[in-house]
Write a protein that binds this ligand. Structure first.
Ligand code: NAP
Length: 459
């Protein structure tokens, strides 16, 4: 039987082989998840909350082991992998509390002889499809609200990084989550997408991944009218205005740009700097970028690990060459960027950038920081909004009027003003336009797992 080989992107060595889940088994898992849903939804919210808290506790106990798995299968530097485990846990802690706050309403009736109440009910069995770039957090951001709401859930992690999911779900079962309330399958996205969208016992599909795949799934979901949440791609602009604190803006831009080697959906993709401070900003940015240490994420002093695979490297190189062909200036030449070979790429700053370059129009997913200058605020807002994406945007200014003006005029779901890391379990994360719909995190993040039912009583 054909096995899935999981490779370490730092060495390209196979670290594990797994069986794919047969289609019959996937269907049985869905049936079992449905049966378990009928009892799980009956458990009281406080019980669900305490099981989730136990899960969070066990994850913390296995923090080092889990972080190592993330680094081995995804290439992420170990210090970032530890951070991801803490981040992943924060969703569980948050939704353990939210489970207890799923309030209904009483509605004043329009006649004397009726009473009306509403109640929040879990939607049912959830199918979840997630990407490789945050193999822990993208999973708990879905499992925790689903279980808290009373749903059951089957996860399909990316084939590149399934080991983190397997370990997390093993710990969920150990914590007391019923076996079929949370489960996983090993399958290609194409197969899982087809089965999840066609199956009538899957009530909801929640997807995190690229916009083209999200669009396919939206179409596929039409026949069974699935409840869907789409967390899709981004092309985040960073605007550094002339009155910004330049050192702070450089530091935060680096945080927003180079986390996970630039492979995040909220990654600073396009950096616009006011003409008056452009030279100084670029000089300071290059000085800091040159200090970032590239290497195998298992080494504790590494800041930038490998990209996920050769395809990812090729896409980034293509963008760099395209920028060069359009007049872009690299802070290090192309050969020296690839000095470690394999899936490693040294981070680079590109200056003299213009809006015709691929790097300003395509999601990069790599350690390139392209910097373009602007003079008028309204022009840069227009440039920033001139995309089908609307996930994250950042800006730096110490003028409150400029700050509020940018907030009100940028068409993005997640906005950081003097803040390069605005994500968290307590906030509603999600995109506008083709970056998707639905929110994850905050009190909004449990809503997609709930239906509102109302009861009208004649008295
Ligand atoms: P991707 O290619 O869209 O893959 C994401 C998931 O979709 C994987 O599990 C993949 O399965 C699956 N998939 C692939 N083809 C499918 C199909 N035809 N039907 C159903 N599922 C399918 O994205 P990626 O390269 O892994 O991740 C990067 C993208 O995710 C970027 O665009 C990034 O911006 C986005 N992202 C968004 C957020 C957010 O919160 N908005 C967060 C993280 C990442 P396989 O196992 O077969 O690969």
């Amino acid at each position: 039987m054909n096995k899935l080989e999981i490779k370490n992107p730092a060495t390209n060595k196979v670290i594990e082989k797994l069986n794919f889940t047969e289609e019959n088994d996937i269907n049985s898992k869905i049936d079992n998840a449905y049966k378990t849903f009928l009892s799980w939804r009956e458990t009281d919210a406080h019980t669900r909350a305490s099981i989730l808290k136990e899960w969070s506790y066990l994850i913390n106990e296995h923090r080092e082991e889990l972080a190592k798995i993330i680094t081995l299968e995804g290439g992420k530097p170990l210090k970032e992998s530890r951070g991801e485990i803490d981040y992943a846990r924060s969703y569980i802690d948050w939704y353990a509390e939210e489970a207890k706050r799923l309030y209904g309403r009483t509605i004043p009736s329009n006649t004397e002889n009726k009473r009306i109440i509403t109640q929040k009910s879990p939607v049912g069995v959830v199918g979840a499809i997630t990407p490789w770039n945050f193999p822990a957090a993208m999973i708990t951001r879905k499992i925790a609200p689903a279980l808290a709401a009373g749903c059951t859930i089957i996860c399909k992690p990316a084939v590149a990084t399934p080991l983190t999911t397997i370990k997390l779900i093993e710990l969920a079962h150990k914590a007391g989550v019923p076996q079929n309330a949370v489960d996983y399958i090993i399958a290609s996205g194409k197969d899982a997408g087809r089965i999840f969208t066609e199956h009538r016992k899957i009530a909801k599909l929640t997807f995190t991944g690229s916009t083209p795949i999200g669009k396919k799934l939206i179409k596929q979901s039409a026949d069974t009218v699935k409840n869907i949440t789409m967390e899709l791609g981004g092309l985040a602009p960073v605007i550094v205005h002339k009155d910004a604190d330049i050192d702070f803006a450089v530091e935060q831009t680096i945080a927003a740009k180079f986390r996970n080697a630039g492979q995040t959906c909220v990654c600073a993709n396009r950096i616009y700097v006011h003409k008056e401070i452009e030279e100084l900003f670029i000089e300071k940015l290059i000085a800091k970028v040159n200090k970032l240490n590239v290497g195998n994420g298992e080494n504790s002093d590494v800041d930038i690990g490998p990209l996920i695979d050769q395809e990812g490297v090729n896409k980034v190189i293509d963008q760099i060459k395209d920028a060069q062909n359009h007049g872009g200036i690299l802070s290090s030449d192309l050969n020296s960027l690839q000095y470690l070979g394999g899936n490693f790429l040294k981070p680079v700053v590109i200056s003299n950038v213009n809006n015709d370059m691929k790097v300003m129009n395509e999601e990069t997913f790599g350690p390139i920081a392209p910097v373009m200058s602007y003079t008028k605020l309204d022009d840069v807002i227009k440039l920033a909004n001139d995309t089908e994406f609307g996930l994250a945007a950042y800006y730096f200014t110490n003028n409150y009027q400029t700050g509020l003006y940018l907030y009100e005029n940028l068409d993005y779901g997640v906005i950081g003003w003097n803040d390069g890391l605005p994500s968290g379990a307590h906030v509603p994360f999600g995109g506008l336009k083709e970056s998707g719909y639905g929110r994850e995190g905050g009190k909004e993040g449990i809503e997609p797992y709930l239906e509102t039912k109302y009861l009208s009583v004649g008295i």
